[in-house]
Design a protein around this ligand. Sequence first.
Ligand code: ATP
Ligand code: MG
Length: 467
Amino acid sequence: MHSELLIVESDRKTRDLVSAFLTYQGYSTTVLSEKDDIFDTISSKPHRVMIADLPTLLARTPDILSKAWETSPDLVVIAYDQPDVGRTLPHNDRLLFIPKPLNLDELESVVMRAREYQALQVNTGQPSTSEDFPHFLCSTIIGRSRQMLSLFEMLEKVAESTATVLVQGESGTGKELAARAIHQLSSRSSKNFVPVNCSAIPDELLESELFGHVKGAFTGAYANRLGRFEMADKGTLFLDEIGDMKANLQVKLLRVLQSKEFEPVGSPRSQKADVRIIAATNKNLEELVSTRDFREDLYYRLSVIPITIPALRERREDIPLLINHFLGRFNHDKRRLVKGFSRESLEILRNYNWPGNVRELENLVERMVTLKENGFITPDDLPDRYLPCKETPRSVPSAPVTRTAVDEDLPLEGICLNSAVDAFENRLILQALQRTGGNKKEAASLLNLKRTTLIEKLKKKNLQLDQ
Ligand SMILES: Nc1ncnc2c1ncn2[C@@H]1O[C@H](COP(=O)(O)OP(=O)(O)OP(=O)(O)O)[C@@H](O)[C@H]1O
Ligand SMILES: [Mg+2]
């Protein structure tokens, strides 16, 4: 049991259904009717969420909301979405709506959104525990799928050791979040977490960036400079995009990993390195090892504990949870009142392939909240690329389209040409960007496009590769 939900409903059938459903979901519930003394219940035992038929309730007890929020400031009230209800109430983050007729999936997602809101409040105060918010790790990583729950366990276990970790996964799956969680859960959490993006720093600067330099080590080295290894002393160094590290630096990094010592550029003296290393890449390092683009010995040193974050399409049950999380956050940040995604639009997004993973989903929700401002997001609001193809005579599931369409023959049941072409294009663009470390000019040249055309496509498709 992880939450106290108060259900205020005079219709017994609805009351029983809602209560049974939420109890089954693991919430502890209290059930009242509008005639009961609700305020008495709230003041005797703090509740987290109240689900109520608000107009009826307000008609009986007009000041119920202000009184309730006085005693339980983070109480979230979920009201049925009825015409005019929103208009009579102040804009309030603690007020959420659920469409009528009641749909249990939607109810669950709104209750989760209420919990997200509370988690955010807790984030600003005391840290939450994962037991309190069972779909969270470190209040940042969200997931309820089997894969994510075992990832949470793995991250917690790994945090206890100081072994080097290699985090792999497609772009936007949450590799950096995972690295930060390991640091946060470790005994090093009071020291620095220092990220270095190996692909964003020019090769000639990376060595001094990592190890520091002494004054006069090279032209322009006017003073001693602290490297990231030293900044991460007794903390964690996050070597992001490690697959892009050039051969000469790979040798130097290997030496540091072996000897636990490093030398600032131009310094004859070596320094001790008490640093926990977490490396990440969205490239296939084993493949790079086989093509001799990555040193095998370094690969083994780094992958003492290998962790792979699954692609979002491999854990679709996390999609609604993530959508709700981002919805709550963007509504809050942008002062919007978007109530949610309609069932149809949720279904479409659940079946989409998500080549850009959680980052793509986050960007989509941000865009929807910005454009929509209020109400429910329907399939008409979604950009075309998310919509299943309309012109196919039979419905073609959207998930396999990306893979099969480009590599294989026309499937027996037919194919949606437009979405297959679109998915093929997205895949090649993302691959080109990945291969060039996000450099749009080089990626455009790989694709034989003008840079501006590529940029236009990225914008239109809402595709991006974070660096
Ligand atoms: N499980 C998750 N729960 C909540 N937010 C997530 C989750 N996974 C990813 N995100 C969000 O998605 C975005 C991308 O995450 P992150 O930067 O960790 O991905 P990445 O794997 O490092 O991506 P890249 O390969 O492009 O560097 C971030 O804004 C992050 O907060
Ligand atoms: Mg990253």
